[in-house]
Ligand binder design. Sequence first.
Ligand code: SF4
Ligand code: SF4
Length: 61
Amino acid sequence: MVNLDIDFSKCSYCMDCVELCSAHALLFNAITGQFYFNPDNCTYCEVCLDVCGVEAIILSD
Ligand code: SF4
Ligand code: SF4
């Protein structure tokens, strides 16, 4: 199963990854301040990887 981790020492919370994930697999809850990843929705398109300019996203399977 696909797993997604974010390196918070690099993340600038720009939200580009969340906004461009058309599968809605990667979400951000502004109230809790946390990202949520749903592997069932992820299509492994790697758009989030490509858009993250600081390379904070780690996708693995
Ligand atoms: S695109 Fe990268 S820097 Fe921006 S919120 Fe996502 S993980 Fe963080
Ligand atoms: S790989 Fe694609 S579907 Fe999966 S979280 Fe990233 S942008 Fe969303």
